[in-house]
Design a protein around this ligand. Structure first.
Ligand code: FE2
Length: 354
């Protein structure tokens, strides 16, 4: 997003270029619903003219127009007129050729056709966020965010159902903590714990049941219950991580003592740990699994209200329920979107490795 747009908080502007109008019209509907303004063109010369007269935050172009490889012309025009614009190539080529082609045409990313509009919207936003951080302005916090994303992807590798779970948990924890008045230092450590709370899963002896279609057996359930302590232990070699490890170890404990692994109760669980417990459960029940559908908002609210003073601390739950009323619809839609993006990323990674 250009700096002016950002300051005004307006919708990012995206130019979609493809000789098949139906393709980009369909994309435009989805991108519009995702908060992006779109302009469409089916002609390379027209698109180039539009780039000369309007400012776009992102340009998305097909490679082949009427049998000719002309997508590069659109992207080249964008690169010379507005170097900071995000450029994405849609390509029908196999992955390796697609990547080479994208680099040749000055694209910063590429997507293989048919392109999922949701994946496109997420790719545009991610690329725009990266562009907003100029190298000289890179903060240590930005590097923490990059590393956090890598940790989250490591966990997703053994448990694909957790796609985006760490980052969403982090975001919801931060919002509760801020509204609850948790101090900055504790909030920062809570955010790290939220990202890494399922880290112990990668050290389980048997990973196969993490992707099992159906409920776990009693033995499998006992094995998976080791992951909070395993995660805390594996993260815990540095004394500065002590608080983070504590929250990770506590993330399946419950206010009424019915959780695991230590059956801690009430204020035996840290305040940050109690926040993480609420959020972790919310994001799990709002995520589709092979054996269950995600819950709707009313069912979520009923459940959490019923657990006040039982599984969860009432004061924290009040803050959470307030946020759920405001952002519930958006939060409930997030896991399915993250899953689609993760599937596309895996598909491209697999092709590149083969
Ligand atoms: Fe967990």
């Amino acid at each position: 997003m250009n700096a002016e747009n950002h300051a005004q908080g307006s919708r990012p502007k995206v130019l979609l270029v493809d000789d098949e109008l139906g393709t980009i019209e369909l994309m435009a509907v989805v991108l519009d619903a995702q908060g992006l303004d779109t302009r469409l063109s089916t002609d390379v010369r027209e698109a180039t003219r539009m780039l000369a007269t309007e400012t776009f935050d992102a340009v998305v172009s097909d490679v082949v127009f009427d049998g000719n490889d002309r997508g590069g012309e659109v992207l080249a025009a964008s690169r010379s007129l507005s170097p900071n614009t995000v450029r994405i190539l849609m390509t029908g080529y196999p992955v390796i050729e697609g990547a080479v082609n994208a680099i040749k045409h000055g694209a910063i990313d590429y997507l293989q056709k048919p392109v999922d509009p949701i994946v496109l919207a997420t790719t545009i936003r991610r690329a725009m966020n990266e562009r907003l951080i100029q190298p000289e302005a890179l903060q240590f916090q930005d590097l923490v965010n990059i590393l956090s994303d890598m940790v989250a992807q490591t966990i997703e590798r053994v448990d694909p159902y957790t796609a985006g779970h760490g980052e969403r948990t982090r975001s919801y924890c931060r919002q509760i903590a801020q509204r609850f008045g948790l101090d900055v230092r504790t909030t920062e450590r809570l955010e790290l714990a939220a990202i890494a709370h399922d880290y112990g899963k990668i050290y389980l002896d048997d990973l196969s049941f993490l992707t099992k279609k159906g409920p776990l057996t009693a033995e499998e359930y006992r094995a998976v219950q080791r992951h909070p302590a395993l995660g805390a232990k594996r993260l815990g070699n540095n004394s500065h991580m002590q608080d983070v490890c504590q929250y990770v170890a506590e993330h399946h404990e419950r206010w009424d003592g019915t959780g695991y692994p230590k059956r801690l109760r009430g204020k035996q669980i840290s305040e940050a740990g109690r926040i993480l417990c609420v959020v972790e459960v919310f994001d799990s029940i709002s995520t589709r699994r092979s054996y269950k559908n995600p819950w709707d908002l009313d069912k979520c609210i009923d459940f959490f209200e019923s657990q006040s003073g039982r599984a969860f601390e009432p004061d924290i739950l009040d803050v959470f329920l307030g946020l759920l009323e405001e952002y519930g619809a958006e939060w409930l839609a997030a896991p399915a979107l993250d899953m689609r993006v993760a599937e596309e990323r895996r598909r491209l990674d697999t092709s590149l490795m083969s």
